[in-house]
Design a binder for this molecule. Structure first.
Ligand code: FES
Ligand code: ZN
Length: 297
């Protein structure tokens, strides 16, 4: 990688920002086992690479770091990104685990897309629920104490607005640089080292690095609610720069209250165990199992 002085400065600035975020929120410690949710896309690859660099910088045991990919069965974008990620992990000497949606739910996102549309559901919404479920379940089974995700400032500001528009107050507590709460042994807490990096910054970083990555959006993204929110926020940001930062800032001020409320709900026993799969659930059956039943019976 040959880069000019400006690029060099940018790489340093970006890496410094990510390391400061990890330290500020005490995202990972020496004895922890860290799983990085990887997809072969720019954000998760940057998060994976910088987690590894962080491990090196502080002499953490590299055996305590691995990547986990959930293969949703989206032929158009997953095949290339999977190959890219395998190459990347090989060159960085990172252990990669792959979990297939099909093995867990007997169908894939491609196979169920038509059926989902016919009942008014969006493929990305279902994919999100299954992916979160499988990441938590398998990261935990593999001994991870934290799960790194590649969410950046743009993703987070979209999620905050989505939850606000949909009045999903209980989900709102699950956002933030470290999501979830400590008290529940079935949840692996998710950490977001790219929390304060914009989408443009992550893109620039990965392009200067020259990695072979999948920069395309999910093929079903345009159908989803998030896509509309993203368009709206980008328009706002264009007209009123600082909008996304403002959303994050106000959210972080409210976060302690939201976490307190979530802890109380957990202590009151409002988080149940799914009767089908024994994973955490809001009701008798978790959302992931409910969707699988709807689709394949
Ligand atoms: Fe997985 Fe869109 S279907 S993100
Ligand atoms: Zn379940």
């Amino acid at each position: 990688m040959g880069c000019n002085i400006q690029e060099m400065h940018f790489l340093n600035y970006f890496e410094d920002k990510v390391f400061k975020t990890i330290k500020k929120y005490r995202m990972m410690g020496r004895e922890e086992v860290i799983c990085v949710a990887a997809s072969g896309g720019k954000d998760s690859t940057a998060a994976l690479y910088l987690t590894k660099r962080y491990f090196q910088q502080y002499n953490y045991d590299q055996k305590n770091l691995f990547a986990l990919l959930i293969n949703e069965g989206i032929t158009l974008h997953r095949d290339d990104s999977l190959r890219n990620l395998e190459e990347f992990c090989k060159s960085e000497d990172i252990n990669l685990k792959i979990i297939n949606v099909k093995d867990n739910f007997k169908t894939t996102i491609d196979e169920s897309a038509e059926k989902l549309r016919s009942v008014g559901r969006k493929p990305c919404m279902v994919c999100g629920i299954w992916r979160r479920y499988l990441l938590n379940k398998h990261a935990r089974a593999l001994g991870a104490t934290k799960l790194v995700t590649g969410h950046n400032l743009d993703d987070e500001s979209q999620s905050i607005i989505m939850n606000t528009f949909k009045a999903n107050t209980s989900l709102a507590a699950n956002l933030g640089p470290i999501s979830g709460v400590k008290e529940h042994e079935l949840f692996v807490r998710r950490i977001k080292p790219l929390y304060h990096c914009t989408n443009e910054e992550v893109e620039l970083y990965t392009k200067i690095k020259g990695w072979t990555l999948d920069y395309c959006e999910c093929v079903y993204a345009e159908e989803g609610y998030r896509f509309q929110i993203k368009k709206m926020l980008n328009t706002f940001e264009g007209k009123y720069p600082g909008t996304k930062q403002g959303i994050i800032k106000s959210y972080l001020e409210l976060l302690p209250l939201l976490k307190e409320n979530l802890s109380e709900r957990i202590q009151r026993g409002e988080i149940k165990i799914c009767k089908e799969c024994q994973e955490p659930a809001n009701g008798d059956i978790c959302n992931a199992c409910k969707l699988a039943k709807e689709l394949v019976g």
